[in-house]
Design a protein around this ligand. Structure first.
Ligand SMILES: Cc1cc2nc3c(=O)[nH]c(=O)nc-3n(C[C@H](O)[C@H](O)[C@H](O)COP(=O)(O)OP(=O)(O)OC[C@H]3O[C@@H](n4cnc5c(N)ncnc54)[C@H](O)[C@@H]3O)c2cc1C
Length: 411
C-alpha cells in the first residue's frame, strides 16, 4: 500500500481530566456517570451528536434483559436507575415483578408484541421497552448531575503510550487535532478504538448489519411484523440482517452497507404497506441513524469470558448478566474482562469487552453494557484517585463500592 509520512507536530493540550471516557453509548454514559459521581473530573467524548449509541441512534429500544431467566433480577445499579427515571417520565414499559418467569400464554403474547420475549420455552422476562428520546434526556440529566464534561463532535484519533501508560489521547474535531492527558481512559467506543491504538490484543469480525426503523399510522389489529412501542400506532420494525457482512471499522464497507440497508429497509416498508392491512396507511417515522452492528472488535484481555464460564462465580465479579434467549444461564463478568496488559491506565466497557463470540451475545446487551460501564467508571475513579494502575485496584473494595451504589456484583 502506498504511504505518506505525516510530519510530527505540536498539538494543543485540551485538558487533564482524571477519567476520560471514549464513546457516549449506553456503556460510556454509565461509565462517565459512575466516575463523575465519585468526585473525579470526568470527560466523555463522542464522535457524533447522539447520546446512547445503538440504544438510541440505533433504535435498539429494548433492554434485554435484567433477569436471570428464573424470575430474579441480576442487572441493577445505573441500568435500574435509568429504568426508574424512564418509568417516572412514562416512557418505559415492562412487566411487573409478579409476572416475571410466568409462562401464561396471554401474558407472553402481550409482552412479545413489545419485543420483550425471545427463546424457548417462552416466558415473561424482566426486559424493558423504552423511548429513545427519553433515554437521551435521562442520560443528559445523569451526566449533568455527575458533573461530567461532555464533548460531542469529537473523534478519538490515537494515543501516545510511554512505559505502558497512555500519556496522551489525541482527538480530532472541527477545531483540529488536540491532546487530552487523562489519568485513566475507559474505552466505550464499541469498536475498541482505544485498545487497538494502545496495542492490546483483540479479535475482529465482520457481521451482517441491521437497520431498524419506526413507522407511524399503524392501525390496531393483527400484524405480522414490528414491535409495539410506547406510542399508539407507532411500530418499531427490527429490519435485518442484510446478507452482506460488514466490517464496522472500514468506512468504505460501512458506506456500502448504509446504502444497501437503506434501500432494503425502504423496500420492506413498501412491502408491509402492500401486504398487511395494519400497515396500509403507515408512514416512515425514522430510520436508525446508526447502523445495527453489534460486533466488530473485541478485547482479548486478562480473562476471556467463555461459554464454560456460565454459572462460575469469580472472586472479582463486577457485574452479572442473564441471556436474552436462554433461561438457564447467568454469566458473572470478572473485572479481568475489562483490563489488558497493554496499558496500565486503560479499561474497556460495553460490547467490546473480553469475551468469546458466544458470550458476547449476552454481554453486548444494553443492560450488561451499562453494568460493565458502571464498573469501569467506578474502577477508573478509584485508580485515578489513588494514582494506581487499573490492574492494581483493590477488587474487593471495588465490589463493595459497586454494591453500595446499587449494582449487582453477585454473592
Ligand atoms: C441489530 C441489533 C439488535 C440488538 N438488540 C438488542 C436488544 O433487543 N436489547 C439489548 O439490550 N441489546 C440489543 N443489542 C445490543 C446493544 O444494542 C449494543 O450492544 C449496546 O447498545 C452497545 O452499547 P455500547 O455503549 O457498548 O456501544 P455503542 O452503542 O456502539 O456506543 C459506542 C459509542 O462510541 C462512539 N464512538 C465510536 N468510535 C468513536 C471514536 N473514535 N471517537 C468518539 N466516539 C466514538 C459511537 O458514536 C457510540 O456513540 C442489539 C444490537 C444490534 C446491532
Amino acid at each position: 500500500m502506498e504511504t505518506w509520512t505525516e510530519p510530527a507536530r505540536e498539538v494543543p493540550v485540551a485538558g487533564r481530566p482524571d477519567v476520560l471516557v471514549v464513546g457516549a453509548g449506553a456503556a460510556g454514559v454509565a461509565a462517565a456517570v459512575a466516575a463523575g459521581r465519585h468526585g473525579c473530573e470526568t470527560w466523555l467524548i463522542e464522535r457524533s451528536s447522539a447520546i446512547g449509541g445503538l440504544a438510541t441512534a440505533g433504535l435498539i429500544n429494548l433492554l434485554l434483559t435484567l433477569d436471570d431467566g428464573a424470575g430474579n433480577q441480576v442487572v441493577a445499579g445505573l441500568c435500574q436507575e435509568f429504568v426508574d427515571r424512564l418509568a417516572a417520565l412514562g416512557r418505559a414499559r415492562f412487566p411487573p415483578r409478579e409476572q416475571w418467569n410466568r409462562e401464561d400464554p396471554d401474558l407472553v403474547a402481550h409482552w412479545r408484541r413489545f419485543g420483550l420475549v425471545w427463546g424457548a420455552p417462552e416466558s415473561v422476562r424482566y426486559s424493558v421497552a423504552f423511548d429513545p428520546e427519553a433515554f437521551v434526556d435521562v442520560a443528559i440529566d445523569a451526566l449533568r448531575g455527575a458533573r461530567v464534561r461532555l464533548r460531542m463532535h469529537c473523534w478519538f484519533a490515537g494515543v501516545a503510550l510511554a512505559d505502558g501508560v497512555v500519556r496522551a489521547v489525541f482527538v480530532e474535531s472541527k477545531r483540529g487535532r488536540e491532546a487530552i492527558l487523562p489519568g485513566v481512559v475507559v474505552d466505550a467506543s464499541g469498536d475498541g478504538d482505544v485498545f487497538v491504538a494502545a496495542g492490546a490484543r483483540f479479535e475482529h469480525v465482520t457481521i451482517p448489519p441491521h437497520l431498524w426503523f419506526r413507522v407511524g399510522g399503524v392501525t390496531d389489529g393483527p400484524r405480522g411484523a414490528g414491535f409495539d412501542t410506547l406510542d399508539r400506532g407507532r411500530v418499531l420494525v427490527p429490519w435485518g440482517p442484510h446478507p452482506d457482512r460488514v466490517d464496522a471499522c472500514d468506512p468504505d464497507d460501512m458506506t456500502r452497507a448504509e446504502l444497501a440497508c437503506r434501500v432494503a429497509a425502504r423496500e420492506e416498508l413498501d412491502r408491509l404497506r402492500r401486504a398487511e392491512e395494519a400497515f396500509a396507511g403507515a408512514w416512515l417515522d425514522d430510520y436508525a441513524r446508526m447502523l445495527g452492528i453489534t460486533e466488530s472488535r473485541r478485547l482479548v484481555g486478562d480473562h476471556v469470558l467463555a461459554k464454560e464460564d456460565a454459572g462460575v462465580r469469580f472472586p472479582d465479579t463486577i457485574a452479572r448478566t442473564g441471556h436474552w434467549t436462554r433461561r438457564d444461564v447467568v454469566f458473572e463478568i470478572p473485572y479481568r474482562c475489562l483490563t489488558t496488559p497493554a496499558a496500565a491506565n486503560l479499561l474497556v466497557a460495553g460490547r467490546c469487552i473480553s469475551t468469546t463470540r458466544y458470550v458476547h451475545q449476552a454481554t453486548k446487551e444494553i443492560p450488561a453494557a451499562m453494568a460493565t460501564g458502571e464498573a469501569a467508571g467506578t474502577a477508573a475513579a478509584i485508580a485515578a484517585a489513588a494514582g494506581a494502575a487499573v490492574r492494581e485496584v483493590d477488587v474487593a473494595g471495588l465490589r463493595r463500592t459497586l454494591r453500595a451504589a446499587g449494582a449487582d456484583v453477585g454473592g
